[in-house]
Every structure is written in structure tokens, then in C-alpha cells.
Write a protein that binds this ligand. Structure first.
Ligand SMILES: [Zn+2]
Length: 408
């Protein structure tokens, strides 16, 4: 009987199925591969879905900003909006300010004000104030897979998202060498930035993937020297599409002369405008202003429901205008830089599709991001099953999706 088992989960942001098809990556070590359907939104939607096994409408995470003037932590930004644009548009100024605000309010989540106009910030609240990876990090209180590990006393190693990839790898290898952990969760985020900056076809992407390949090969080698059985699961949250077109959509709404905060509100993400309408005329005018454009379309309610993004009370917007894959809304509240790759399009697009590649057939094959939770729980149970492990884990908590809304 084998006695020392280790399950390694390596999350690589934006390593999509199509990108995996185009680049060599641990073919021998990870022969089991499958596309995984993503969820609508950005990593701020996808990661909570992976960690909880719940769809966005349940866990409550979507984009960072949602309309909530009475609960907004950004009141003091009103004064900052008087500063000249040459100061306020600087990335460094915004990064310092994000840090300062996070410290002031005691937020430990991933907190960034991006390119949000300072005069608009006081209308919004922020959804990732708490660290997702720590207990109580999920908006609607669902436990994550790490809470499950903690609850079942499974010794595990978890990357620190504030640290560099190299530091995180070193820390993981150290814990593997010590031999005390049964599960390792590695968090890699740099590929996403490489794809944004250079596009999915660029040689830099191949270089970065080759680097992951080398690092994970070494880690596997170390782990196999220390444990009797090691399983490695590499997976992602979404892919990226090459940007072929930019859409300058903000002026189309600005020129209607509606009052922000009284008639309507909007957050311009990189691929969608999320609108709140405060009366019917505003709704009609804005709907009409963006109707019939070639670059995108309004997402209907049935589609949002199918995507699991029908949030109660329109928390993240009463209506979403979504551009088609390959279009970048620029400028937007997220930035005004010309990018080469983007995500956050329809989850049905092939460039949006995520992936899993593993050394063993997963105990539960993930078909969509919300299946990863059950997969990780099952593999952790396998890892715990060896001698010297913790007591057998209790059954999977009831919130794990048993039903799934099949896409029509
Ligand atoms: Zn990204």
C-alpha cells in the first residue's frame, strides 16, 4: 500500500485551451487534457467560481466595482477629482492611491482602482475587499476549497498572491521537501500580463509557458523523490483573444447629456459597459445609443441566467453591453492603453475556453470552472488516504453543484 501521497494543483491565469493547443507543455507528464468552459466575467469572477464550486450569482463576485453610493469607501476621491488629469491618470499615482486606500480601510483583498475616474468612484463599492484565499473571503460567505482543507485538517501549501511566481515556487518546493503537506495550490499570474501585452501568438507567450514547464518539471521531480505518489493538475480560468479592433464607446453615452448618478451610472470594463438605469427614459436613450453597433450587443436576461450571472437586484448592472471577441473598449475605466490580448468576452468563444491538463485522469472531470472545487476535494481525499494522513474527509459540502444549467 502506498503511504505518502501528494496532490499538486497549479493555477495559471489565462492559460486557455487554444493557447495550450499551440504550445508544447509537459506532454509526457500531463497526458490527460480537456477544455473547460469558463464563466462570464474576468478573473475576479472566475477565481471565486473555481475556489467555491458556485456560480457567480451564488458567490456574488463579478467585477470589482458595483453601484452603491451609500456604502462607497471612495468619498474622499471626490476631492482628488479636482487634481489635474496629468497627475490623476498616471498609473503610479493610482497604484499608490490603491495601496493607501486599502491600508486606510484595512482591506486585504486584491484592491485596485484601475483607471476609474475619481469623480465616479464615490458612486461605487468594491467587491474584493477581503483576501479570497483566507477564511471569510467570499462575498456571500461560501467556503472555499481551502476552508475545506482547513476544516478537514488536511496539511496544505498555498501560494501567496502578493509574492512573485519565483518566490511562490521556492516556498512550495520547501514545503514539499519537508514532506508534511498533502496538497499544494500554486498560483501563477504572469502569463495573463504577457498575453495582454503581447497577444496570444507572440513568442513571449511560448517563452513563458516553457518557463512554467521547466519549473513544474523540477517541482514534480522533487515531489516524486519525497512522496510515493504525486498527482499534478494544471488548470486555468480563461484564455485570451487577440485584439483586432478598438471601440471608443464612452462618447456615445456621454453625448446623450444624461446625468451620472441621477439618470444612470455605468462602469466601462475592458469588454463591457455595465449600466444602472434610474428611470425609463435613461434606459431607452442608452439602449438606443448602443443598439445596432457592429462591435457588440446587449446581453439578454436569458443569456445572463444561463451564464449564472443574473445577480439579485442587478448588483453589477441592470444591463450589460458586451463587445465581441477581439474588440477592446478603449479608453475604458480599466485603462487607456492599447493592448494585444483580452478576455471577458462570451464564455462560449473558443479563445475564452479554459483548460485542465493532468498527470492522472481527474477524479471528477471538470467541464466548467465550477467543477474544479469537487475535483480538488476528491483529489485531496485521495491524497489524505495514504498512511499518516488526516482522518478521512467528510462528504463534500452540500453547496457543491449537483445540478448544472446546461447551455442550450
Ligand atoms: Zn487579464
Amino acid at each position: 500500500m502506498s503511504d505518502r501521497r501528494l496532490a499538486v494543483f497549479a493555477f495559471i491565469d489565462a492559460f486557455g485551451w487554444e493557447i495550450l493547443q499551440r504550445n508544447p507543455f509537459l506532454e509526457e507528464e500531463l497526458p490527460h487534457r480537456a477544455p473547460v468552459e469558463t464563466v462570464f466575467g474576468y478573473s475576479s469572477t472566475c477565481i471565486p467560481t473555481i475556489l467555491t464550486g458556485c456560480m457567480p450569482r451564488e458567490h456574488g463576485h463579478f467585477s470589482c466595482f458595483y453601484y452603491n453610493p451609500s456604502g462607497s469607501p471612495f468619498g474622499l476621491c471626490r476631492t482628488l477629482s479636482l487634481l489635474p488629469k496629468s497627475v490623476t491618470r498616471r498609473g503610479r499615482v493610482r497604484r499608490y492611491l490603491s495601496k493607501g486606500l486599502a491600508r486606510w480601510y484595512g482591506y486585504d483583498g486584491y484592491f485596485q482602482i484601475y483607471n476609474m475616474p475619481f469623480d465616479k468612484l464615490p458612486y461605487f463599492d468594491y467587491s474584493e475587499k477581503r483576501d479570497l484565499y483566507q477564511p471569510g473571503g467570499i462575498e456571500n460567505g461560501q467556503p472555499t476549497v481551502f476552508d475545506y482543507f482547513r476544516q478537514t485538517r488536511l496539511p496544505f501549501h498555498l501560494s501567496n498572491w502578493r509574492e512573485s511566481e519565483t518566490r511562490n515556487l521556492e516556498a512550495a518546493v520547501q514545503d514539499i521537501e519537508a514532506g508534511g503537506v498533502r496538497a499544494v495550490y500554486l498560483y501563477f499570474y504572469e502569463l495573463d500580463a504577457v498575453l495582454h501585452n503581447h497577444g496570444p501568438e507572440a513568442p513571449q507567450v511560448q517563452e513563458k509557458i516553457a518557463w512554467y514547464e521547466e519549473q513544474l518539471r523540477q517541482l514534480l521531480h522533487t515531489a516524486r523523490g519525497r512522496y510515493d505518489e504525486v498527482r499534478l493538475f494544471v488548470f486555468s480560468d480563461h484564455g485570451q483573444a487577440a485584439i483586432t479592433e478598438e471601440a471608443d464607446l464612452m462618447p456615445r453615452v456621454d453625448r446623450l447629456g444624461l446625468r451620472y448618478g441621477q439618470d444612470y451610472a455605468v462602469v466601462w470594463d475592458s469588454t463591457m459597459g455595465r449600466f444602472w438605469f434610474f428611470h425609463d427614459e435613461a434606459r431607452e436613450a442608452i439602449t438606443e445609443a448602443l443598439n445596432g453597433l457592429d462591435c457588440g450587443a446587449w446581453v439578454d436576461d436569458a443569456t445572463l441566467e444561463r451564464w449564472g450571472c443574473d445577480f439579485p437586484d442587478g448588483k453589477y448592472g441592470h444591463a450589460f453591453f458586451l463587445v465581441r471577441p477581439g474588440v477592446l473598449i478603449n479608453p475604458s475605466y480599466m485603462g487607456e492603453v492599447r493592448l494585444a490580448g483580452m478576455h471577458g468576452y462570451t464564455p462560449e468563444d473558443r479563445d475564452s475556453t479554459a483548460m485542465i491538463a493532468s498527470s492522472h485522469p481527474p477524479a471528477v472531470l471538470p467541464r466548467r470552472l465550477d467543477d474544479h472545487y469537487a475535483m480538488m476535494v476528491a483529489e485531496a481525499e485521495w491524497a489524505a488516504g495514504g498512511a499518516g494522513g488526516p482522518a478521512p474527509a467528510p462528504p463534500v459540502p452540500a453547496h457543491v453543484p449537483v445540478k448544472r444549467e446546461e447551455a442550450a
